[in-house]
Design a protein around this ligand. Structure first.
Ligand code: CMC
Length: 371
């Protein structure tokens, strides 16, 4: 066993060869299938970029019609699942509900495979699960999906009964979250895929991993921090207390980005524009938090990550903070499924090692004191 070397948190270890996305952590660049995300958020939309990630090239007219109609037609949930959701405890966390309903859907699926068709089907259903849970939790009547609406618009419509202004920014925010290399949830779900398990198990694994506050769960924690801070004057004492207690500041730091996360940069830019036109809560608090953290952690190269600014945008659309991580999942399922299918093309089960450092040579009878 001493021949092995532990890479704590698998830092610097590559576990797959992938053509899905490329990250330059020093320059702050994120590229999907060769296209920079700045280009994609400017010119593309959710359905088109999802197609790009799944199929490796941008769709032509027929192909975009195909993916759009597939995503629109598969939005409904089995009636029995909706009935079960109504019996869930109303205080259940939306990520727990999403994880559980994806798992339940697995029992209603005839096919136990992980094809692209399964991936699209589940991608279509996730917004319905989230919006239905929001309505059930708040004792509101359910709003069934509308096939004529785009993926992102339909989600907002099922949540609130109308499509809010600036909904294009919500669509673009989904693009920013679609894919990010071998992050924790993608890795976890690739491990599940490597055992040849089914898509529902793969995505249940991914959602459970994304939920943690060091990963996707950070977006909810960031907004809760802003709520606690309350005003710009309170930022300094609040943040310096966290720093002196050596607590992690949510929404900062990244294993790969050692500069400003390009997704956070784009989100900040949109929010700044909105702020000049409209009432955007917490933006001024966020700017002050960012200023202090960047200054104090200059040597450690800690900058805002995607979760620092995304919540301000979701809050602008009246989405409650406990639903934020489900929005992340709603987009990232595209990356999860793309990686699972890519890995399966050259599959080998993940089976790393741990180095044993426990006792050896214990004798049952001696320890238990039996003759
Ligand atoms: N606040 C304060 N210090 C930090 C932070 C932070 N947010 N992030 C890293 N550090 C410090 C850390 O204490 C360590 O210091 P030292 O070397 O003195 O022990 C150093 O920076 C390296 O950090 P690490 O924890 O070893 O870095 P990692 O690559 O293992 O973890 C991370 C990356 C994202 C989990 C971590 O930065 C973190 O916990 N951030 C806060 C949670 C967060 O915002 N997560 C969202 C990640 S981005 C999108 C997503 O995946 O959802």
């Amino acid at each position: 066993d001493i021949d092995f070397d532990v890479k704590h948190g698998l830092e610097g270890v590559a576990v797959a060869i992938s053509s899905i996305s490329y990250i330059d952590g020093e320059k702050g660049k994120l590229v999907y299938r060769g296209f920079e995300i700045e280009d994609l958020v400017e010119n593309s939309h959710f359905e088109e970029t999802a197609y790009l990630i799944w199929f490796s090239s941008l769709p032509n007219e027929n192909e975009i019609d195909f993916i759009t109609s597939m995503l629109a037609k598969k939005r409904t949930l089995p009636k029995k699942i909706i009935e079960m959701m109504k019996s869930f405890p109303k205080n259940a966390h939306p990520m727990g509900v999403l994880r559980s309903v994806v798992s339940l859907l697995g029992m209603y699926s005839k096919k136990d495979s992980s094809t692209l068709e399964n991936a699209i089907n589940l991608t279509a259903k996730i917004p319905t699960i989230i919006a239905y849970w929001y309505r059930i939790k708040n004792n509101l009547p359910l709003i069934p999906p509308k096939e004529s609406l785009k993926h992102s618009e339909n989600f907002l419509y099922m949540m609130f009964g109308e499509i809010p202004k600036h909904s294009d920014l919500f669509d673009k925010a989904l693009i920013l979250h679609l894919e990010q290399g071998m992050n924790a949830s993608t890795f976890a779900s690739t491990v599940t895929a490597s055992t040849l398990s089914d898509i529902y198990s793969i995505i249940t694994t991914a959602i459970g991993t994304l939920k943690g506050p060091l990963h996707g769960g950070a977006n909810e924690k960031v907004l809760n921090m802003f709520k606690e801070i309350k005003s710009v004057e309170n930022v300094e004492p609040y943040i310096y207390t966290l720093i002196s207690n050596k607590e992690k500041i949510m929404g900062f730091g990244h294993r790969i980005y050692k500069t400003y996360d390009p997704r956070a940069k784009i989100l900040k830019h949109w929010i700044k524009d909105l702020f000049l036109k409209d009432n955007v809560e917490y933006f001024e608090i966020a700017l002050k938090v960012e200023e202090i953290v960047i200054k104090e952690f200059k040597e450690k190269k800690i900058f805002p990550n995607v979760d620092f600014y995304s919540g301000i945008l979701y809050n602008y659309f009246n989405i409650p903070s406990e639903f934020f991580t489900t929005i992340f999942a709603m987009a990232r399922i595209v990356g999860w499924t793309a990686h699972a299918m890519e890995y399966r093309k050259n599959n080998r089960i993940f089976r790393p090692r741990s180095i044993y450092n426990g006792p050896k040579g214990l004798k049952y009878k001696e320890v238990k004191g039996v003759e």
